[in-house]
Ligand binder design. Structure first.
Ligand SMILES: O=C(CO)[C@@H](O)[C@H](O)COP(=O)(O)O
Ligand SMILES: [Fe+2]
Length: 220
């Protein structure tokens, strides 16, 4: 079994020391940097935009895993590609022509992911699964860090793992929201490949140690 990938969400970082926070992730056992882009329309919160993404990109030495919580994400695909994003994830609920959006992300040279809100059924991805590099399962309602994990996520992950295996698809399963050492092992057991962790990492006394602990989740 491959080791689970950890993607610390910089939304919970200290933005007054952004370079230092990015460097902590660079030097840790994290696999990716997770960036959350919120537009105040698709979700009720606004996070940060291009100048901050550009700064993160300048200091990051690991791939940028970028989660767009914005309406009509097609408008910004090329911009994120130009900023050095590795994997661009759009929300199922924000795309009218999801297949076209996924193809456009791939044509720009990035990997493509689709995120599902907690109420969105995984079977809706059945016809597009083999086109995806990643499915992001939201385990909180998108828009804010620091929320409580929704336990129904385990069942969704198990079902999605079954669909991926059945179709011999290669999409990774990423879980985002309220992830901590209290639920990480169970998520990996259910079929998760990537865990996003914001508050549990950046609010920890020793963030790098917490990343290492989460990365060992499937070994416990
Ligand atoms: O996409 C989101 C929230 O919408 C996340 O990536 C959060 O930033 C994760 O933060 P925690 O729930 O781990 O604090
Ligand atoms: Fe996210």
């Amino acid at each position: 079994m491959n080791r689970v990938k950890i993607a610390p969400s910089l939304l919970a970082a200290d933005f007054g020391n952004l370079q230092k926070e990015v460097e902590m992730v660079n030097e840790s056992e994290a696999a990716w940097h997770h960036l959350d882009i919120m537009d105040g329309l698709f979700v009720p919160n606004i996070s940060y935009g291009m100048p901050v993404v550009s700064t993160i990109s300048k200091y990051a030495t690991k791939p940028l895993d970028t989660h767009l919580m914005i309406v009509d994400p097609d408008r910004y695909i090329q911009t994120f590609a130009d900023l050095g994003v590795y994997l661009l994830t759009v929300h199922y609920e924000a795309c009218t022509h999801l297949h076209r959006t996924i193809q456009a992300i791939k044509a720009s040279g990035m990997k493509a992911g689709v995120a599902l809100n907690p109420h969105t059924e995984v079977s809706l991805l059945e016809n597009i699964l083999t086109d995806l590099d990643l499915v992001l399962v939201m385990s909180v309602n998108p828009g804010f860090g620091g929320q409580s994990f929704i336990p129904q996520t385990y069942k969704k992950v198990e079902k999605l793992r079954g669909m991926i295996n059945e179709q011999s698809a290669t999409a990774l399963i990423e879980i985002d929201g309220g992830v901590s050492s209290a639920n990480a092992s169970k998520l990996v057991e259910a079929g998760a490949d990537v865990l996003v962790a914001g508050s549990s990492v950046f609010k920890a006394e020793n963030p790098a140690k917490m990343i290492s602990e989460l990365a060992s989740s499937n070994l416990s």
